[in-house]
Design a protein around this ligand. Structure first.
Ligand code: ADP
Ligand code: MG
Length: 591
């Protein structure tokens, strides 16, 4: 019973088993670990290491509850340097599955094995086997159907396993690690001294441009910090690419999350999250890991110091780096470029450089006089093509609006004269609201109208993301998005909603998938749709800082009439602020 209760806390799903077994292998000094999974871990989880191994006696003891070889005295408990120490994992796992363990120490030429079936322990017997330890866990939760029922599809479970795999692999660059699923190799990581390389092995999609991740480090006040910081331009819609490690252990900590958020303050839009890989090393007796069953939370004795060190190092690096992203060609145009001898990356680089040069030479005039008369200058700015497309969704201008009084200020707000005063409109917020409602109306009737891309755009995903794609094909179809698998962990966008014509498809789809990974389990489907639609509206809407032509402003104001509640954007911010002439007169003491 004790073990079953512990298992409830420690073993939630196959990924938890993988975590515990791999941590044990690392604690045993293994430098090569092979993980094999079948059927998302439901059928088999096997971990093979070349660590120190166990002799017959240790093997018998390892599955006892609270049996750990890692703590001998009370003092040890206060300075834990191993990943495990509670002595619960093996006992818990063996209480909810069929387990077979084979182990052999370096100085023995005899291996031993033991089998345990849901807590029912067999004898330790000699057998053949290599140095190190192999643990096989079969039929997880088969005697506890209530818990087995909670397991999701193999795809989802392997997604969680890959996530655990990444959490182990990131801080352990010196390890050779492999992960296979149903005989197919998902990852083969060879040891590397470079953090950047390890990140690239695990998340090729983040290592896109060489300058996208900025490296930094410091060693002050007893706290060593190393980090790879994503530029604001590679931010995501969730914090799933924020990894924090304390002495090689993945942790979640609200002080550290807050410090990261503060470090990026003012550099990101409010609903974006930076990509951050943060490694902290400090003396084991400066914090307590024994506060959470899966050890994912710790208690720092001086949390303020940790906060200020992290914030300081990150902020200083970010402020000291030129964060103006080199110009990048919008994806729509890129996909039309024919492939030449140069690799896609080199070509992209060349184009980016050419663009940057173009922008240097052709800076638009900094200051322009506002003119209330309709403009007819034929000037073209680099962003014009986007506006042209944005404009497509607006209706033709009614003649009565021609003598409407309005002015765009700071390329962000429209001041419009009304019958009894004037209003100030946030152009982005208003357009966003209108798009949101349009999307919602269309979706209520039918799925969104889409168009087929001339050249499918491919992108890489993690296993968790692939799982999210596979389990949400219906939802994607409703949104007018068709994705096809293009190879292992590569998908291509085939169709994309027409209403989002001015949004780069791959960028949108990647953010959407992040969202599905994060919120895909939403119980109320409408909630999920609302989040997706508000993200879509935000991306497709006219931006703040975008200069509009008169006809664009007129189009926006005219179309507004078709909507009932445009006074707030989907995020709840106001879109329009009203001022009455009588207010003005009071202010100017005219009355
Ligand atoms: P903990 O890791 O908290 O000590 P576990 O239940 O995970 O507890 O493991 C119990 C003990 O079994 C460990 O303390 C260790 O001595 C031994 N052990 C487990 N896995 C291995 C392995 N792969 N190689 C060598 N010893 C192991
Ligand atoms: Mg352990």
């Amino acid at each position: 019973m004790v073990n079953l209760i512990a298992a409830g806390e420690v073993i939630e799903r196959p990924a938890s088993v993988v975590k515990e077994l791999v941590e044990n292998s690392i604690d045993a000094g293994a430098v090569r670990i092979a993980i094999a999974i079948e059927d998302g871990g439901r059928k088999l989880i096997s971990v093979v290491d070349e660590g120190t191994g166990m002799d017959a006696q240790d093997l018998a003891g390892a599955f006892e509850s609270h049996a750990t070889s890692k703590i001998r005295t009370v003092e040890d408990l206060h300075k834990i340097s191993t990943l495990g120490f509670r002595g619960e994992a093996l006992a818990s796992i063996a209480s909810v599955a069929r387990v077979r363990a084979v182990s052999r120490t370096r100085d023995s030429d005899q291996a031993h094995c033991i089998e345990i079936d849901c807590g029912d322990k067999g004898p330790v017997i000699p057998c053949s086997g290599d140095y190190g330890t192999t643990i096989q866990v079969r039929d997880l939760f088969y005697k506890t159907p209530a818990r087995r029922k909670f397991l999701r599809t193999a795809n989802t479970e392997i997604g969680h396993i890959s996530e655990q795999f990444a959490r182990v692999a990131l801080p352990q660059g010196h390890l050779d690690l492999t992960l296979t699923h149903n005989g197919k190799e998902l990852y083969r990581l060879t040891k590397t001294a470079s953090l950047r390389e390890r990140v690239g092995q695990l998340f090729p999609m983040l290592a896109g441009e060489p300058g996208d991740l900025i490296e930094t480090q410091s060693d002050e006040k007893g706290i060593r910090i190393r980090a790879l910081l994503g530029r604001p331009s590679v931010s995501r819609t969730s914090n799933q690419f924020q990894y924090t490690f304390l002495n090689g252990r993945f942790i979640r900590d609200k002080f550290i999350s807050h410090a990261i958020k503060e470090a990026y303050r003012g550099m990101l839009e409010p609903n974006r999250f930076p990509v951050v890989f943060l490694f902290i090393e400090m003396p084991c007796d400066d914090y307590d890991v024994n506060v959470h069953p899966t050890k994912i939370e710790v208690r720092f004795y001086n949390a303020n110091l940790v906060h200020s060190q992290v914030l300081g190092v990150l902020r200083e690096q970010l402020l000291g780096t030129d964060l103006n992203t080199p110009a990048r060609l919008p994806t729509e145009v890129l996909s039309g470029v024919s492939s030449e001898a140069a690799g896609p990356h080199a070509r992209r680089q060349q184009i980016a450089e050419a663009m940057a040069e173009f922008f240097q030479k052709h800076r638009p005039a900094q200051q322009q006089q506002f003119d209330l008369r309709p403009q007819s200058t034929g000037e073209h700015r680099p962003s014009d093509h986007r506006r042209a497309i944005a404009n497509r969704s607006m209706p033709a201008v009614e003649p009565s609006l021609q003598d409407h009084r309005y002015i765009q200020i700071h390329d962000s707000y429209i001041v419009e004269q009304t019958q009894d005063g004037f209003v100030i409109i946030d152009q982005h917020a208003l357009h966003e609201r209108m798009l949101y409602e349009t999307l919602q109306r269309r979706l209520q009737r039918d799925s969104l109208e889409s168009q087929r891309l001339l050249l499918p755009e491919s992108f890489e995903v993690t296993d968790a993301q692939a799982g999210a794609i596979e389990s949400h094909t219906d939802l994607l179809a409703q949104l007018g998005i068709e994705l096809t698998a293009f190879g292992p962990r590569v998908y291509a966008v085939q169709t994309f909603p027409t209403l989002l014509a001015n949004v780069p498809p791959t960028e949108f789809v990647q953010d959407l998938i992040d969202l599905l990974v994060e919120r895909g389990d939403a119980v109320v489907k409408q909630d999920l749709f609302n989040v997706i639609l508000s993200m879509a509206a935000c991306k497709a809407a006219i931006k703040a800082g975008q200069r509009l032509t008169d006809s664009e402003i007129q189009g926006l104001l005219a179309e507004r009439q078709q909507f009932e509640s445009t006074s707030r954007c989907p995020h709840g911010r106001p879109t329009t602020i009203r001022f009455s002439i009588s207010d003005l007169e009071k202010q100017f003491k005219r009355t």
